[in-house]
Design a protein around this ligand. Structure first.
Ligand code: ADP
Length: 486
């Protein structure tokens, strides 16, 4: 695995969860997996065991010189991880944050190159190299254009796209820096030439063209990206390569997210007996300074990114309060405008005993919210897979989601789904206007107040679903077997 994130050591969103969870599942199935990551200064070093140098002075060719790197090895909750630390004036990964810099493309092009160089020089010849998102999308390109010819002839490439919005659009300088060169060749539209900006290459398009198999993170999203605008311009190239493109629903790490043993929640419970969930709800109220009242708690956990339906999240807060429910939010945004907006709402509702907004990132608090809340809203504009609704289901918290991407594949409406009643697990709405989310929230909150036994049944239905890595793990192994050099 070559990736820019791995939970919990370097996690910004679902990508980190997937890299860790899939690796663990593959190991359980008897495969040997190693993860290569950048060595960020801001990682959670407390989650790495036995960190030590394992390769010094790795000389990575870069433009017409070399950058020397130290490669470190350590275990992240049992997973074998290598961390690449470049020594150069650019200080690629020592900047106090994972993302958000003007030279982002250079940083991750370098990381991709360094990862391949490390494998080449240390004699690693994996059957499959699995890369993720635009940050490592140049790996399949460089594997087939460079490294295959100098020793890595047998490795195959699988690339997973977690988010089509960010594709890695850059100029010809990346080609010169990485040693790919030949702009006239790579700028061709059937290689990496971007379809909108003709003087740019598109990293992600490169992965679609060069990888032996490309996946995205749910079957519905695999359809959406080929047939709607959610492919962000890659629909055409995905059509061309559709024989090796498919959607595999992400799994959830059922060890990390387990209401029966979660160390971050004060009381444990299972589908057989969820009475302790109500005690956890009290603990959540104490933590979030909410009053003790006969009301459901509606929650939102996640990035406050435009993708997540920010206006609908905002509306959900006020509508929940209007409908006599309580609301808790945990989230943050890299966009200062959105953050400021939520800080303003927080101040506005400061004295409201039924509402608490926590603006920031807090892994432990997220667990308590998933366990203590009654409902979770996920009003995304687009959602390739979405983990938060799956975590909510695992904790007996009823998801209220918009019918898009992976949310369609995981949440089935209590009132309108064609599935049998025992398989219905949440509430689904379709449009992006306030009335749409209001009607779904009204149905959920109404059921909680008026038909508590049915609401309980609905929550248990959700807990009985198996969204672990079991099935996706099998699916990925099938892909690896299919593409590997036999
Ligand atoms: P995305 O990958 O688009 O961010 P996902 O739903 O796939 O969305 O994954 C989000 C993951 O990040 C979940 O594990 C969620 O609990 C976690 N997360 C997001 N924001 C926060 C936050 N502010 N604090 C704690 N965990 C968060």
């Amino acid at each position: 695995m070559i990736a820019s994130e791995c939970a919990p050591v370097a996690k910004v969103g679902g990508l980190g969860d997937v890299v860790f969870g899939l690796t663990r599942e593959l190991e359980i199935r008897g495969h040997s997996v190693e993860i290569i990551l950048p060595k960020y200064d801001c990682m959670r070093y407390d989650h790495i065991w036995g960190l030590q140098k394992c390769y010094e002075n790795l000389l990575v060719p870069w433009f017409n010189y070399h950058i020397s790197c130290t490669v470190w090895f350590g275990f992240v909750h049992g997973r074998k991880c290598f961390f690449i630390e470049p020594h150069s004036p650019e200080n690629f990964f020592n900047r106090g944050a994972y993302y958000g810099f003007p030279d982002e493309h250079v940083r991750f092009a370098f990381f991709s190159k360094a990862a391949l160089e490390f494998m080449l020089k240390s004699g690693k010849r994996p059957d499959v190299i699995h890369t993720h998102d635009w940050q490592t999308a140049l790996v399949p390109v460089m594997l087939y254009e460079i490294y295959q010819h100098i020793g890595m002839w047998h490795s195959r490439a699988c690339h997973t796209i977690h988010n089509f919005k960010h594709q890695g659009i850059a100029g010809a300088n990346i080609l010169w820096l990485t040693g790919l060169g030949r702009p006239e060749y790579y700028f061709q539209r059937d290689r990496m030439g971007d379809d909108f900006n003709h003087s740019a290459i598109n990293f992600m398009k490169g992965a679609v063209v060069y990888a032996n198999f490309v996946t995205t993170v749910s079957p519905s999203h695999a359809w959406e990206v080929r047939h709607s605008d959610w492919g962000y311009g890659l629909g055409h190239v995905l059509h061309q390569h559709q024989s090796h493109f498919g959607g595999i629903l992400n799994g959830l790490d059922y060890d990390m997210w387990n209401p029966e043993s979660d160390p971050h929640i004060p009381y444990h419970y299972s589908a057989g007996d969820i009475s302790n969930k109500y005690k956890t709800k009290e603990a959540l109220r104490q933590r979030m300074l909410l009053r003790d009242a006969y009301k459901p708690i509606v929650a939102y956990v996640g990035r406050l990114d435009p993708q997540k339906g920010v206006p609908l999240i905002r509306h959900a807060i006020f509508h929940a309060l209007h409908r006599n429910a309580q609301f808790v939010l945990l989230g943050s945004s890299p966009e200062s405008g959105i953050n400021a907006d939520f800080w303003a709402i927080k101040h506005h509702l400061n004295d409201n005993p039924d509402c608490h907004l926590e603006i920031g990132y807090n892994e432990e608090l997220a667990h308590l919210i998933y366990a203590g809340a009654d409902m979770l809203v996920v009003p995304s504009l687009f959602e390739p897979c979405g983990l938060t609704q799956m975590i909510a289901l695992r904790y007996g918290t009823v998801p209220i989601v918009r019918a898009v991407g992976g949310l369609i594949d995981t949440v089935f409406d209590w009132d309108f789904s064609e599935r049998p009643r025992q398989e219905r697990n949440g509430f689904v709405f379709h449009q992006t206007d306030n009335l749409a989310i209001e009607s779904a929230m009204d149905r959920a909150i109404g059921l909680w107040f008026n038909e508590p036994e049915q609401f309980h049944e609905l929550a248990i239905n959700g807990m009985r679903y198996d969204y672990s890595w079991n099935q996706p793990g099998k699916d990925y192994v099938n892909i690896y077997e299919y593409i590997r050099d036999k």
